[in-house]
Design a protein around this ligand. Structure first.
Ligand SMILES: O=C(O)CCC(=O)C(=O)O
Length: 334
């Protein structure tokens, strides 16, 4: 079904094939080999989820968590994840174990003794969303540019999960071309990346994003898809700005349509490497986080203008591999 053409999928949907509901649902949400009809796509996914399809349930969990084409509802998101776990989804089971407060029960669920049938309900009940939405306090690193750090932002097991989700799916990292705004390879950027688009999203990432939103006091609706960044020894992301340069016509159009990239949130996913600091050369800052620590900064100054003091770079690791989650946040469009 995954590679079927649009007409075949539509016919399979009419014939009641729930796999087709899920596949077409995702395509309609993105306008990928299908018209862009996100609400219809979300409705089709919800139909598939109602049949108990674990994959569709995982997607609806994400839509509910993000409030995408349906009401934002954490309880419903977790209910969907629980049902997906009960219906056999290994991913949903792992996610529940990561999000729950019941670590002993989670360990039992994956132990050698078969788990009791109600283990997924019990794990789900022990997920404390309020606690996830209440990140540790920030530390002011610099006032100009506005740079903040949060130590222990995300537990390591969740960082490991994000790394595992990106591994094997990396591609050379790109930058936005000034002329046409298209993503392109550039000599100064030699690391690789993986963007978590909707079909690759999961509830762990949705919780991480909601926690980032709470830390920054900015709505998830303004978040770009987060990127896992990976650097092998010697790979780097040379000096650059994250704001979009309004003087470049293609980027000015992007700002008008989608808003300026007002902030960047970096989550360090591992720390078993040497070198690889994040450096801000204009303000003499070199930062290295432990796994689970975060650094974030405003790409614009207090007046809303691009802040050129935010020039920064990802230095090359000298030993070991570096993993990072990078989250760009847009400002209001128009
Ligand atoms: O790898 C780093 O430390 C920096 C990443 C970065 O510059 C970016 O995501 O804009």
């Amino acid at each position: 079904m995954k590679n079927a053409d649009y007409e075949t999928l539509v016919q399979a949907c009419r014939d009641g094939d729930t796999d087709a509901w899920r596949v077409l649902g995702l395509r309609l949400m993105k306008g990928d080999r299908a018209p862009l009809r996100p609400q219809d796509g979300a409705d089709l996914l919800a139909n598939a989820a109602e049949t108990g399809d674990p994959e569709a349930l995982r997607h609806v969990a994400v839509l509910s968590a993000k409030g995408l084409h349906r009401e934002q509802n954490w309880a419903l998101a977790l209910d969907c994840l629980q049902t997906a776990a009960e219906n056999g989804s290994a991913s949903a089971r792992r996610q529940l174990a990561l999000l729950t407060g019941e670590q002993k029960l989670a360990a039992q669920a994956f132990g050698t003794i078969p788990p009791t049938p109600d283990v997924w309900r019990r794990l789900r009940r022990a997920v404390d969303i309020e606690a996830w939405l209440n990140p540790p306090p920030k530390r002011i690193v610099l006032q100009s540019p506005r740079v903040r750090a949060v130590e222990g932002f995300l537990p390591r097991p969740l960082c490991d999960w994000i790394v595992a989700r990106a591994k094997g799916r990396l591609r050379p990292a790109r930058v936005y071309g000034r002329e046409d705004g298209a993503a392109m390879l550039e000599e100064g950027r030699t690391n690789s990346e993986f963007a978590f688009e909707l079909e690759d999203f999961d509830l762990v990432l949705a919780v991480a994003q909601a926690r980032i939103a709470a830390a920054m006091s900015l709505p998830v609706a303004q978040f770009e898809p987060p990127n896992a960044l990976h650097y092998k020894p010697g790979q780097a992301f040379s000096r650059h700005f994250d704001f979009l340069d309004p003087a470049a016509p293609a980027l000015a159009r992007d700002i008008a349509a989608n808003g300026q990239r007002i902030a960047t949130f970096l989550l360090y996913l591992n720390d078993d490497y040497e070198g690889g600091e994040t450096q801000f050369p204009m303000v003499d800052l070199r930062h290295r986080g432990a796994a689970g620590d975060a650094l974030y900064f405003a790409n614009i100054d207090a007046s809303g203008a691009p802040d050129r003091l935010t020039l920064h770079e990802g230095l090359p690791p000298t030993r070991g591999e570096k993993w990072l989650l990078s989250q760009f946040v847009r400002g209001p469009a128009g």
